[in-house]
Write a protein that binds this ligand. Structure first.
Ligand code: G3H
Ligand code: 13P
Ligand code: ZN
Length: 308
């Protein structure tokens, strides 16, 4: 099956009380690991590419790698999505290059400017059958082009006005998550009341949760045991993500956990095999570690298995 739009997968996820995992991809091993997990679990999947990933690998390489993965697993409903598009031009490039979904991230802009840039992307994308995700509210921490010391949680009434006026197809909201491996200083807490309020005001409308890695302790420990220093990392507990997936959240973004799984595996392998220098020797178990992590996530967090 060719790359698909998220439209149908979100409709099924919304109705079924689950979410689709959106996994960040940067290279061949990550794409292969995610796709083999999706195939094994019979789950739809979103492969998403940040501007940084696009710069690292090259858009042409990423698109061809994804096409190759699809040729190998043709049954898996798969979306190719731009993560955190900072401008109309970047979104346009990805739409023209074959992406089936783009995110225009104007969350750092004043409300009216965020609406204006989102509207412009939506008009261009919709004429070409491409899905548009936007963001309202700010996640704390540093995003590629956005740095915010504090969370600015999404206001439910503004969310309604934003969706109506911008024409976006799905909306990323801020309810307490943040990007990266250090999400909570004290107790982990998400604003479920706010999520419920937004969901009620936008019935049937798919919401998106960024910054949703769980930062599994086993990967943190493994990194630290084999020469790393990622002490104190904390993610969103899996039960909270599962709860959000049962509400209006239809897309859950995961990047940090992929990085941790891959790096923990490589650190362990190289530490236990100091003589190794063939990249295939350590990338093979690393790819398997990504696959196992994604399969676990599909089963225990997204709930999207057996969806095709
Ligand atoms: O939201 C950010 C994603 O984790 C992408 O990170 O911009 O370093 O590729 P990146
Ligand atoms: P994490 O850093 O929690 O994996 O979030 C990734 C993300 O939101 C990508 O857009
Ligand atoms: Zn994000």
């Amino acid at each position: 099956m060719p790359l698909t739009s998220p439209k149908e997968m979100f409709a099924k996820a919304y109705a079924g009380g689950y979410a689709i995992g959106a996994f960040n991809v940067n290279n061949m091993e990550i794409i292969q690991g995610i796709m083999s997990a999706a195939m094994q679990e019979r789950s739809a999947v979103i492969l998403q590419v940040s501007a940084g990933a696009r710069k690292y690998a090259g858009q042409g390489y990423i698109v061809k790698l994804v096409e190759a993965a699809l040729a190998e697993s043709p049954d898996v409903p798969c979306v190719l999505h731009l993560d955190h598009g900072a401008s109309f031009e970047l979104c346009k490039d990805c739409i023209d290059g074959g992406f089936t979904s783009v995110m225009i991230d104007g969350s750092h802009l004043p409300f009216e400017e965020n609406i204006a840039v989102t509207r412009k992307v939506a008009d261009y994308a919709h004429e070409r059958g491409v899905w548009v995700e936007a963001e309202l509210g700010k996640l704390a921490g540093v995003e590629e082009h956005v740095s915010s010391a504090e969370h600015v949680y999404t206001d439910p009434d503004e969310a309604v006005e934003f969706v109506e006026r911008s024409g976006c197809d799905s909306l990323a909201i801020a309810i307490g998550t943040s990007h990266g491996a250090y999400k909570f200083k004290g107790e982990a807490r998400l604003d479920f009341e706010r999520l419920e309020a937004i969901g009620k005001k936008l019935p049937g409308y798919p919401l998106v949760l960024h910054g949703a890695s769980s930062v599994p302790q086993e990967f943190v420990d493994m990194c630290n045991a084999f020469g790393g220093n990622v002490g104190g990392a904390r993610g969103v507990p899996e039960d909270m993500l599962r709860q959000a997936a049962g509400m209006a959240v239809c897309k859950i973004n995961v990047d940090t956990d992929i990085r941790l799984a891959l790096t923990a595996s490589i650190r362990q392998y190289l530490s236990e095999h100091p003589e190794a220098f063939d990249p295939r020797s350590y990338l093979k178990p690393a790819r398997e570690a990504v696959k196992n992590m994604v399969a676990h996530k599909i089963r225990n967090v997204m709930g999207s298995g057996n969806s095709f």
